[in-house]
Ligand binder design. Structure first.
Ligand SMILES: [Fe+2]
Ligand SMILES: [Fe+2]
Length: 239
């Protein structure tokens, strides 16, 4: 596999699309596989000062086999993938964002004086929450229905205008990625201080889970759904 990767240079996003378990190895090395998933491994390693051969060795040694219940989304229809993203990742955000907001407000009110970083975390989180809620609503109302129409080859009211809404979504993914990186810095990699109470700890755990879910979510859109939708528009001659 090593030589194959070096010769053909797939992108990081494609590597994870082929084998989702690889995301864990990239995450461990701080390699962005969702928003930055369009870069090749050697590009990313040059930028981060990492040894590409070391990472390839690790992929060779521990390349996680797909589990029986893990779907290969590169082979699914656009409809199935859009449904999955809505039912799993959007639903997760709809449930978790309001819950984390309540928790964050509570932790700030109790510990904000002793831990001023919590105020900034709360501010950043509430801005991110608003952005994400609007973002997923626009995907569900505009972009995903267009993807489903592509499957049905049904161009009613369809003007081939996919690239523009997709580029807006991709830009918003980058903004969300930056907000998450900022939250990670502010919380010292989600490490609660020794005096943190249970709610404080639960807040950091919830933010860390949010980050991980959002990485998978953005990866499925940026690296699988969106490129395949653009490809389908071109194939059907609707552009
Ligand atoms: Fe989404
Ligand atoms: Fe999105």
């Amino acid at each position: 596999m090593t030589l194959d990767i070096l010769n053909n240079e797939p992108t990081i996003g494609q590597l994870v699309a082929q084998r989702p378990g690889r995301a864990r190895i990239f995450e461990k090395h701080g390699i962005d596989y969702c928003c930055g998933g369009g870069k090749t491994l050697s590009q990313v390693c040059r930028e981060l000062g990492l040894d590409a051969h070391h990472i390839l060795f690790e992929l060779d040694q521990r390349d996680p086999q797909p589990s029986a219940d893990e779907r290969d989304w590169t082979q699914a229809s656009l409809t199935e993938l859009a449904d999955h993203i809505e039912q799993v990742h959007h639903q997760y955000l709809k449930e978790e964002l309001p819950r984390i907001e309540v928790l964050s407000r509570k932790v700030v009110s109790v510990h904000g004086n002793g831990h001023p970083e919590l105020l900034e975390i709360h501010k950043q989180f509430t801005a991110l929450k608003e952005e994400l809620e609007s973002h997923i609503l626009r995907e569900e109302r505009v972009l995903f229905p267009l993807c489903r129409r592509l499957d049905r080859q049904h161009p009613d009211r369809f003007h081939g205008a996919l690239e523009q809404p997709i580029s807006v979504m991709v830009k918003e993914h980058e903004d969300a990625g930056e907000a998450l990186a900022q939250l990670r810095r502010l919380s010292h990699n989600y490490t609660p201080p020794p005096d943190a109470c249970n709610s404080f700890r639960r807040l950091y755990e919830a933010l860390s889970r949010l980050e991980s879910d959002l990485h998978q979510h953005v990866h499925k859109e940026n690296n699988i759904l969106f490129p395949r939708a653009i490809e389908a528009v071109a194939r059907l001659g609707w552009a």
